[in-house]
Design a protein around this ligand. Structure first.
Ligand SMILES: [Fe+2]
Ligand SMILES: [Fe+2]
Length: 263
């Protein structure tokens, strides 16, 4: 039997601790799982709440094939310099017409000989009111069907209900749907009846002595005082969260496994 095409997706990389563990751990992960393609969510890579061209370059140099983002994509204006010119950097596809950047792309894998479509999408529950993610996917699917062997979707969203509904809506069309944004890995990885691999959230990569990657004391004070207190990225106890999908020749998920890499 032919080796299943294998993709690793890495959960939101938060600040320097996140960049460190990805830099130190990616090569061994790639080898352990025999990964043909790697995507990572980088929206928190710079200072915990933004992404910069330098961070994108660093990830691409490590061999990450595509960098996805989310609600923090615009928080450092520097990113606007490359968002239109770097095809391996995605922002959520359901921003309105005319917004800079792109929400999906089709990429030739360096190994395994597949055309991989990566879609980045954002939820709307407790988040900015973007275009409908469900209907936006319908449009993208019509456009890419037949042009890609595998379609994977990073659904950057808050509500577990919206994420699970989105997974079921895409079942049989997307090869895999994985959630990001909450920074907490969920234990509901499964293969839906139509062959779509699904997990509500793949978690984060960064300091786990933290509140979703940020300094615990600052975070507690925000809740106690209900005033704006500047967050700091936490330090120590670095871990990497992610997911591994293995796909059949027909682009269906045949295996799904959560990743937790500790130092
Ligand atoms: Fe995030
Ligand atoms: Fe986010």
């Amino acid at each position: 039997m032919e080796k299943p095409f294998t993709i690793i997706a890495i959960g939101d990389i938060v600040g320097k601790p996140g960049r460190n563990i990805v830099r130190e751990g990616l090569a061994s992960l790639r080898e352990r799982y025999g990964a043909d393609f790697v995507v990572a969510n980088g929206e928190n890579a710079a200072g915990g709440n933004a992404i910069t061209p330098t961070a994108v370059e660093e990830f691409l140099a490590l061999g990450i094939d595509v960098v996805t983002t989310g609600n923090h994509v615009w928080d450092n204006k520097e990113i606007e310099k490359i968002i239109d010119t770097e095809p391996r950097l995605l922002r959520p596809a359901n921003y309105p017409e005319g917004v800079a950047g792109r929400g999906h792309g089709i990429y030739e894998s360096r190994a395994g000989g597949k055309r991989v479509c990566v879609v980045n999408m954002m939820g709307r529950v407790h988040m900015a009111p973007l275009e409908c993610p469900f209907r936006t996917f319908d449009r993208i699917f019509l456009d890419v069907a037949g042009k890609a062997d595998i379609i994977i979707v990073d659904f950057h969203a808050e509500a577990t209900s919206e994420k699970r509904a989105f997974g079921w809506y895409l079942d049989g069309r997307a090869s895999a749907v994985f959630g990001t944004h909450t920074h907490v890995q969920t234990a509901d990885e499964e293969i839906l009846p139509g062959g779509t691999g699904y997990i509500t959230d793949i978690g984060m990569s960064g300091s786990f002595n933290s509140v979703i990657g940020m300094d615990t004391e600052k975070s507690i004070q925000r809740f106690l005082r209900l005033t704006k207190i500047k967050y700091d990225v936490a330090a120590g106890n670095e871990k990497l969260n992610g997911i591994v999908f293995r796909f059949s020749g027909e682009g269906k998920t045949v295996a799904i496994e959560r990743i937790l890499l500790e130092k």
